[in-house]
Design a protein around this ligand. Structure first.
Ligand SMILES: Cc1ncc(C[n+]2csc(CCOP(=O)(O)OP(=O)(O)O)c2C)c(N)n1
Length: 315
């Protein structure tokens, strides 16, 4: 189906707002990071916003989304309030993990974010466990495993996909493939082709991960199977990482070629909105301004919140 066929203005603007929230918050984090106010490593997802917005467009708070180390984009797109993310990065008690987790350990059960793992591939099996629970409880929600291309090298990825396929569990596997494991291009870290391997176990849905409409479409088709009781599906989103792996600085690897216009998911969606006369440049400016105000408020909230005290470690 044509990826633009069924999209309404409200949906398209909601995708844009989610992507802009992630982009503008990430840019602010990158700007503040060198001042040392955030005591946590950070993995930014500038350039990858379409994956988070396109997939989470279809997820409700009951769906259980398990993340890896690059959490900010999908967590915000799934509903984690920005002040709670910012306070977590600042290491404050009001953060989503009480200030103890940092960027790689976000936790917000109210929005279907039951945990994330800094171990590459470490949360994939947990999403399958959620899928098993959903099936046993005859519930309508699903488990979602979110991981990068390097996680497909991990044995647990295949064990998890195998079990999910064997038991026909409602699990969506989302591979956010930015083509790199830290500084290593995929050709240097994987002997396999991701889709061919996944296809042995389940239907795969490849999509352009720099295009929010394509991701929205691919995720809709994959989730139709998952929610329809036909077992797991694999969504493969090829995207581009604009920043260094774990840094506030721009990626300068010669193999990572980024065209900041052609590869920009926000620019792509804005061009679509303008072409189809669904929105104007003034609408984009309003969204930008509103989000800057939200980000200012989130930073003020984080900086005014207290640091945790040792007694809070006791559970
Ligand atoms: C089991 C394990 N091995 C190695 C690492 C170190 N490490 C952290 S992130 C990373 C790269 C992961 O790449 P990918 O899964 O493609 O995700 P991306 O960072 O590109 O989003 C590595 C090797 C780790 N955290 N866990």
């Amino acid at each position: 189906m044509d990826k633009t066929a069924t999209i309404t203005r409200d949906e398209a603007l909601s995708l844009l707002r989610r992507m802009r929230l992630i982009r503008q918050a990430s840019e602010r984090i990158a700007k503040l990071y060198p001042t040392d106010v955030m005591q946590t490593p950070i993995h930014l997802c500038i350039g990858q916003e379409a994956v988070a917005a396109g997939v989470c467009h279809h997820l409700g708070s009951a769906d259980q989304l398990y993340l890896g180390h690059r959490t900010h984009g999908p967590a915000l797109a799934k509903g984690l309030p920005l002040p709670r993310l910012m306070a977590e990065l600042y290491g404050r008690t009001t953060g989503c993990s009480g200030g103890f987790g940092g960027s790689m350990h976000v936790y917000d059960p109210a929005h279907g974010l039951p945990g994330s793992s800094a171990i590459v591939g470490g949360s994939i099996a947990l999403a399958v466990g959620a899928g098993l629970a959903a099936k046993l409880q005859r519930a309508s929600w699903c488990g979602v495993a979110w991981f990068g291309d390097a996680a497909t090298n991990a044995g647990v990825c295949y064990e998890s996909m195998n079990f999910a396929a064997l038991r026909r569990l409602p699990v969506l596997f989302v591979c956010e493939d930015n083509g790199f494991s830290n500084v290593m291009p995929r050709s240097a870290h994987s002997a396999h082709d991701i889709e061919s391997l996944a296809r042995v176990l389940m239907p795969t849905f490849p999509c352009d991960g720099t295009d929010a409409l394509a991701v929205r479409q691919g995720a809709a088709e994959a989730l139709a199977l998952v929610r329809g009781g036909q077992g797991p599906a694999f969504l493969h989103c090829r995207t581009k990482r604009w920043m260094k792996h774990m840094s506030h600085e721009v990626c300068d690897l010669p193999e990572n070629v980024v065209d900041r216009e052609r590869d920009c998911p926000i620019h792509k969606l804005e061009q679509f909105l303008l072409r189809s006369a669904m929105a104007s440049v003034d609408d984009f400016a309003t969204i930008h301004r509103e989000l800057e105000t939200e980000i200012d408020a989130a930073i003020a909230f984080a900086s005014a919140s207290p640091f945790p005290t040792p007694d809070l470690l006791e559970v």
